[in-house]
Design a protein around this ligand. Structure first.
Ligand code: GLU
Length: 487
């Protein structure tokens, strides 16, 4: 049997970290075993689902390189023979209704006329009596006349599934092993809402079956839904797929990852200059590890090394500091050209219009080691393209040193007269100048650096001067000298 997995997001916002991790694991499983990765849109929450979220989820998945083989596509088309892959479309076709009617006919589901207020009252009463808060099943046994009465009142019923009330529901989870729930704790869940829309638990079962999903891999926040779903599968005579519930993702404080902990959507990480490969790599390690705890993976390596045996059930902690470190590692692995083109949108956002040419590629690559995020690039290179802004501490601590003025004046002369303004030559001339005038090299290097960049730190000095060019270097030293004169 060919492996078929799916990612089934509810489009109620951007793709968040947990969802992306689920998508990634499904994708990797499909790639590893030559299976099919299906994308299904679960938009049965009419109030919270929207088209904008669908688009955003598509774009985040694409950005992460998680291509799906079957399902709804960004251009509005669909690929695959089990469509439609959008639940609202399936609902319009009456797919869910048909199976709900079957269950009602077979006495496995029933109409429930309880109003939200009545359900609330039922809950409050149970709370006071310290009884189970689950639906008490009162509509299981309605008489004909009661039903007539409700209809006359204009009540719109929901459809509830008759959950077994005795024994246990047991299923094998590929990560959690045997999972067992007492049936008396399960409740008659709603499968069709008053609006006619199916609930998640119902639509999910029908679709996983009709889409021939063999492995359901999802976050373990769904583990308590699984016994409900298993009973629905059985009632419909469907084969139950294999389940794999992925570990929870926690913030550094041990609480479930949420907005409080910082960025939670893939979109935010993309905007901040994380590389897709780095984020993917990091997400893969949230609940998975190789036997030798490998930390960094090359492109396509995860597709080979991923396996269910490496998935843990213990919660994983999302640590942005580690992710940033990892991102820096991936930035270092980029070719200079790639680094440049990936940095461009970040430069533009800061108003730096930089053309693609050898000099600019080199300028961006000069501090490749220092970038943790692509967002760091503009700040670190901006002085190449803009008038220098002198940091006050740099002026105080470096330029205002007693001999700095004289040094700048003389070194400026040296530079002005140079023919071949290359890194090597600049270094040789600067050192020679220091030697013959009995200066310590630092006494020259520091004020020169501050004069041309405004900062005490930056790229390697002589390369930086070469890239600025002789005229610009000389011009900037003049500016620094004027600044000192007026100070
Ligand atoms: N739409 C559900 C969610 O986003 C899917 C859960 C599942 O994979 O079954 O949580």
């Amino acid at each position: 049997m060919k492996l078929r997995v799916r990612f089934a997001p509810s489009p109620t916002g951007h793709l968040h970290i947990g969802g992306a991790r689920t998508a990634l694991f499904n994708y990797l499983l499909a790639r590893k075993y030559g299976g099919t990765f299906v994308l299904r849109i679960e938009d049965t929450d009419e109030l919270r689902s929207d088209e904008k979220s669908v688009k955003s989820i598509f774009s985040s998945l694409k950005w992460l390189g998680l291509d799906w083989d079957e399902g709804a596509m960004p251009d509005g088309t669909e690929i695959g023979s089990c469509g439609p892959y959008i639940q609202s479309k399936r609902e319009e076709m009456g797919i869910y209704r048909k199976y709900a009617d079957q269950l009602i006919r077979e006495g496995k589901a029933y109409h429930c006329y309880c109003t939200p207020q009545e359900l609330e009252k039922m809950k409050k009463k149970a709370q006071l009596e310290k009884k189970s808060l689950k639906y008490d099943g009162r509509c299981r046994r309605l008489t004909k006349s009661q039903i007539e009465e409700f209809k006359k009142e204009g009540r719109k019923p929901v459809v509830r599934f008759k959950m077994p009330q005795e024994g246990k529901t047991v299923f094998e989870d590929l990560i959690h092993k045997t999972v067992s729930f007492e049936n008396r704790l399960l409740y008659d869940c709603v499968i069709i809402k008053a609006s006619g829309y199916p609930t998640y638990n119902f639509a999910c079962v029908i679709d996983d079956c009709l889409m021939k999903i063999t492995h359901v891999m999802r976050g373990d926040d769904h583990i308590s839904n699984t016994p409900l779903q298993v009973n629905i599968y059985r009632a419909l005579g469907f084969d139950v797929p294999r389940f794999a519930h992925l570990s929870m993702i926690l913030g550094p404080d041990g609480k479930r990852l949420s907005k409080r902990h910082g960025s939670t959507s893939v979109e935010e990480y993309r905007r901040r200059g994380f590389l897709p490969l780095a984020l993917r790599n990091y997400l893969a390690l949230l609940g998975f590890s190789t036997s030798d705890s490998q930390q960094l993976f090359k492109e396509k390596e995860l597709e080979e090394k991923f396996c269910l045996e490496g998935c843990q059930k213990n919660p994983a902690v999302f640590d942005e500091i580690k992710l940033r470190w990892m991102n820096g590692e991936y930035i270092r692995m980029l070719s200079r050209e790639k680094l440049f083109s990936m940095s461009l949108p970040f430069l533009e956002k800061k108003g730096l219009k930089v053309q693609k040419n050898e000099r600019n590629i080199e300028i961006v690559a000069l501090q490749q080691e220092k970038y943790k995020l692509l967002e760091d690039v503009p700040y670190l290179v901006e002085f190449f393209y803009r008038d220098v802004e002198y940091a006050s501490d740099a002026v105080e601590k470096v330029l205002k040193k007693p001999r700095a003025r004289a040094i700048l004046e003389s070194i400026q002369k040296v530079y002005r007269e140079m023919k071949d303004f290359t890194e090597k030559e600049i270094e040789a001339k600067t050192r020679e100048f220091a030697r013959s005038n009995n200066y310590k090299t630092a006494e020259i290097f520091h004020p020169v650096r501050v004069s041309v960049s405004g900062r005490t730190q930056g790229p390697t000095l002589f390369k930086m001067l070469e890239l600025l060019g002789r005229e610009e270097t000389v011009r900037r030293i003049s500016i620094a000298r004027r600044l000192l004169e007026s100070a």
